[in-house]
Design a protein around this ligand. Structure first.
Ligand code: GRF
Length: 195
């Protein structure tokens, strides 16, 4: 079976992107990272991708003002030009419209730094500590129009330790993210997970 062509969408440092690029470097992996797109020209992940020989593009949302759909049409054109099969959101900090999500129904994944459905949204590690949970973690899910919802593909739990700060907890969760995102993408690329 031909490898699935994946675009990774980022806004920042791109450590999850890097874990996907690493996994896709394996001959037996069912997907290749054909493109990395950032909505921010200064995203550190862009340089990281380029240094690994991956094609990158910037679609700067600030150029589109409040016109979210114009931004997304530009993104969609880019994904079509690269014949992308699957999209992975990896620290991509833009909300997507129902139209765009509909274009990628069952073919767009996101990683969230919490055990969904708990702690949707931002500042998950601070909120997990404030809530006093003993177990926290990360979730990979299909993207649906409602933020941080959509069918779950993989979750990993990590313990919350008594002396954790948001930073120490984030670092532990991030290791789990880097483990499960490549596994979840593999499942989807091999059509073992469906929305
Ligand atoms: C990760 O914690 C991811 O779960 C969240 O944003 C962070 C992105 O980190 N959505 P990176 O850019 O992948 O390093």
């Amino acid at each position: 079976m031909a490898k699935q062509r994946v675009a990774v969408l980022i806004s920042g440092r791109g450590s999850n992107m890097a874990s996907l690029i690493d996994a896709a470097g394996d001959d037996g992996y069912p997907a290749e990272i054909a493109l990395v797109v950032s909505n921010r020209p200064d995203a550190a992940g862009l340089e990281r991708a380029r240094s690994q020989g991956i094609k990158t593009a910037v679609i700067d949302h600030t150029q589109y003002g409040k016109d979210r759909e114009a931004f997304e049409r530009a993104l969609q054109d880019m994904l079509s030009a690269y014949r992308i099969d699957l999209v992975c959101l990896a620290g991509f900090m833009r909300l997507l419209t129902t139209w765009f999500v509909g274009q990628w129904q069952g073919r767009m994944l996101n990683i969230h730094p919490a055990l969904l459905p708990a702690f949707k949204g931002l500042h998950t590690h601070e909120r997990a500590l404030a809530a006093g949970v003993k177990t926290h973690g990360a979730t990979v899910h299909f993207v649906s129009p409602e933020m941080d919802s959509g069918p779950i593909i993989a979750r990993a739990e990590v313990p919350v330790l008594a002396d954790d700060t948001p930073e120490t907890l984030a670092a532990r969760v991030l290791e789990a993210e880097h483990r499960i995102y490549p596994q979840a993408l593999r499942q989807v690329a091999e059509e073992r997970a469906r929305s």
